[in-house]
Design a protein around this ligand. Structure first.
Ligand code: BGC
Length: 509
């Protein structure tokens, strides 16, 4: 434990009771400097998987080798073909009137060997042209350096369970900063550590489906923290003075709240937060360096009781913890899900060992409380004012600034996406509630600009503001109702719940 029991209990109660209030009932506007944007990632949209020198990533390998692991046996070989249609993508951003676009760089399009020994000129040209096109229209690029598409040859060496990943990532980040940092001032090092580590290494929810829970996912978590820190320090030491940008990471933060107001459920909720996302953010943004105390103590005790000679959680030495501490200019918050947490109810059997078994808390979605919604696939439940609660909780926990770097919902195909319209309005009301309270929330990126390859769900779940026709080789994009509604909010900096997009034509204003 990094601190004494008294301090831990005190800090826990602060974390759990820190909620403010907001004013309702007046016309509210987003501040002029609030950034509206839309987001995508390379593997999900670019296609051109083996074109112009690009080599396979983990996701190329996984979809080709295990097609049955994808709901519709599809892959990102062509996806929305943004490699050939990025000009249309920028046109869509201009139609929406957004100030920023979040895109990611494909590691193997830029560095075909995975290492920094050989830079692919075609990759440099593609991203350069894309960035220039955005800047031409005053759209600020927010560039994610790594959104899950590890070079397959590095994956074969263990990917994020190999401690050398930290060096490989730093080398890659240096190339990216050197090539694009003159024009890109807004960086995300790594997207969603939990999805990489817990879903990819600790279970079967994402590639590589390693399913080595309670071990590989913790090794991966340490790698993420060190890789992010390396890129951050690299930027500080070699680039910040001449490029003057900001560097953060994006973490998926669901809203977890206690099932009852008992101390047990409150403690279970804090444990769930630590096991789910705070293991990645506390070491960077909290006041004390190192793993969250209860998380690390729980794994040590479980490991010892299971006969392991030491904790399955790799330690962070004092030197490592200090190196990691403070390595983010902002926290990118991706938000999709809300759950209630219980210490004693809704518990499930889990593999031993696993992160889920280590946490050992129950989660549920209330079916008897107003304001909860669940998408048509029965996934990604959202609670009332959920995003406000997330931001309120985070701002009690850390002193930094925030961007919502992803927010969205899945639907089927079709342009009349009422569920998405309602979700965006609700979540943006939540953001206004947070702004009202003085929480430093600086921007909001819709996930996603367009329909794309939704990982193991293939093309069966759509997240786009724009529909993409994946049966047409030209991959035409068409604005959905949500695109019109988002545009209206962006233009007026106000949420008009009466605005009806039916029958309108999309234009660049
Ligand atoms: C990821 C995206 C994904 C989205 C919807 C996030 O977890 O960053 O790549 O498509 O959620 O599931």
């Amino acid at each position: 434990m990094k601190s004494g029991n008294v301090i831990v209990v005190l800090s826990l109660s602060l974390i759990l009771s820190c909620h403010g209030s907001f004013v309702e009932g007046r016309r509210r506007e987003f501040p002029q400097d609030f950034i509206f944007g839309a987001a995508t990632s390379a593997y999900q949209t670019e296609g051109a998987w083996d074109v112009d020198g690009k080599t396979p990533s983990l996701w190329d390998y996984h979809t080709h080798t295990y097609p049955d692991s994808i709901s519709d046996q599809s892959n990102g070989d062509i996806a929305a073909d943004s490699y050939h249609h990025y000009l249309r993508d920028v046109e869509m951003l201009r139609e929406l009137g957004v100030q920023s676009y979040r895109l990611s760089i494909s590691w193997t399009r830029l560095l075909p060997t995975g290492f920094a020994n050989k830079v692919n000129p075609a990759g440099v040209e593609y991203y350069s042209k894309f960035i220039d096109e955005l800047l031409k229209y005053n759209i600020t690029p927010l560039v994610t350096i790594f959104h899950w598409d590890v070079p397959q040859n590095l994956q074969q060496l263990g990917g994020l369970t190999n401690p050398l990943f930290v060096d490989w990532f730093e080398d890659y980040a240096r190339v990216v900063f050197e090539l694009f940092g003159d024009r890109v001032k807004f960086w995300i090092t790594i997207n969603e550590p939990k999805q990489i580590c817990l879903f990819g290494y600790g279970s079967t929810r994402l590639a590589p489906q390693l399913n080595a829970g309670g071990v590989a996912d913790y090794i991966c978590a340490k790698t993420i923290l060190l890789a992010n820190a390396r890129a951050y320090h690299l930027y500080n030491e070699e680039f910040r003075s001449k490029q003057g940008g900001q560097v953060g990471l994006a973490v998926d933060v669901p809203w977890y709240s206690p099932h009852t107001d008992t101390k047990e459920d409150e403690f279970a909720t804090e444990l769930q937060r630590q096991f789910d996302w705070a293991l990645y953010t506390d070491p960077i943004f909290s006041d004390s360096p190192g793993w969250p105390a209860e998380f690390s103590e729980r794994i040590l005790n479980k490991s010892l009781s299971q006969g392991y000679p030491r904790s399955r959680l790799p330690p962070l030495s004092r030197e490592e913890a200090e190196y990691i501490h403070g390595t983010g200019d902002f926290l990118g918050v991706n938000h999709y899900v809300s759950n209630r947490v219980s210490a004693t109810k809704f518990l499930k059997e889990h593999a031993v060992p696993s992160t889920y078994d280590d946490a050992n808390v129950g989660t549920t979605v209330p079916d008897d409380e107003e304001g909860w919604t669940v998408s048509e696939f029965g996934i990604m439940p959202q609670g009332p004012n959920n995003l406000y609660h997330v931001l309120s909780q985070l701002s009690c926990r850390y002193t930094t600034r925030y961007y919502i770097t992803e927010s969205g919902v899945p639907t089927g195909t079709g342009l009349n996406d009422t569920y998405r319209v309602t979700a965006y309005r609700n979540n943006l009301e939540s953001v206004l509630n947070a702004i009202d309270e003085g929480i430093p929330i600086k921007g909001f990126y819709a996930w996603s600009l367009m329909d794309n390859f939704e990982w193991l769900s293939g093309y069966t779940r759509r997240f786009g503001l724009y529909d993409v026709d994946f049966t047409d080789p030209a991959r035409p994009r068409t604005a959905k109702h949500s695109a019109f509604v988002y545009k209206h909010i962006v233009t007026h900096r106000h949420i008009d719940h009466e605005y009806d997009p039916a029958g309108r034509t999309m234009t660049i204003d």
